[in-house]
Design a binder for this molecule. Sequence first.
Ligand code: F6R
Ligand code: MG
Ligand code: MG
Length: 367
Amino acid sequence: MDVTLSAIKADIGGWVGHSVTHPETLEKANELMAEAKDEGTVLDYRALNCGDDLQLIMTHPHGDNSEVIHGLAWDVFSSCTAVAKRLKLHGAGQDLLSEGFSGNVKGLGPGLAEMTVSERTAESVIVFMADKTASGAWNLPLYRMFADPFNTPGLVIAPSLHGGFSFEVHDVLEGKKIVLNAPEETYDMLIYLGSSGRYAVKNVYHRDTGYIDASASTQKLSMLAGRYVGKDDPVLIVRCQGSYPAVGEVLEAFSNVNIVEGWMRGSHNGPLLPVGFSSAKCTRFDGPPRCIAAGFQLAEGMLIGPLDMFDDVAFDPARERALQVADILRSMGPFEPHRLPLDEMEYTTMPEVSKRMESRFEPIVGD
Ligand code: F6R
Ligand code: MG
Ligand code: MG
């Protein structure tokens, strides 16, 4: 059976400040999605939150980029924005950059990851959701999952993975893309993946079969809006087991510190904390950036789950190391590399401040 898995998310208002999504907005989302399931628009759904982002995970038969599904998500976000406005939540409707819906959520603000798959006998998938960080935050874990044998031994010892994976990488500033093959092009690929502010992995494919294995949201909110409106807070879907990395190989990619951009005012580097659902609450310095992992088995399009994958003491050391890095970075205050480098500050609120100083600069003469 062919089924499309869509993860569409938006920050439609935070409680308190930018900490989390309010339970009443989640209730509204669940109510509307239940109606959509009754009407047969979706096969199944889950409405979750990571920090202040409302996450709609949906299965349906409509394929990628379906106007029906994207329109449904837009309507749910709009109705939840009305709840957010009534409760006077912070930044109500923040990510809905357009007045109305026009065929597809791409370019309108919400983040989107989706894939259409032929459901296997056992279809294990993990949906990763992050808050207070940018598209590109998944580059390092995706590299580890699909190209690093020290993370994924299956690349070496499992015949079904040995042929490698290809990475579709997007230049999010110039709107260009390139496909690079692992393992033979990994050195070239790392030039781009290492610059995660500009290049983001969109999709990963299994090279022997050409099947899609991972898909991430890569939209850049600041580019869409032409100003800083909040971070992208990306989502990622990964299929696991069989011809793909095992669940544990996929999760292992989060066992080391990954320093990402985002955090306070979208202007700071900080560690991406892998946390259980109950800790998906951004408080300290509006963060630190964090991500949750919702595991599912698909059964004829039904979402069997979620299983809270990072709710495991085995990730405690990873969290502790990340929090030590958070302390070290915080001690640097407004200095790089805690604060983002100047060229990336262009996409924050800082240019407004530096504009005031422009006329006071004079040429250095005689030095
Ligand atoms: C980061 C984020 C927050 C806000 C900060 C100021 O992605 O959302 O750190 O940038 O709380 O928020 P405003 O400008 O809404 O008062
Ligand atoms: Mg917010
Ligand atoms: Mg957010």
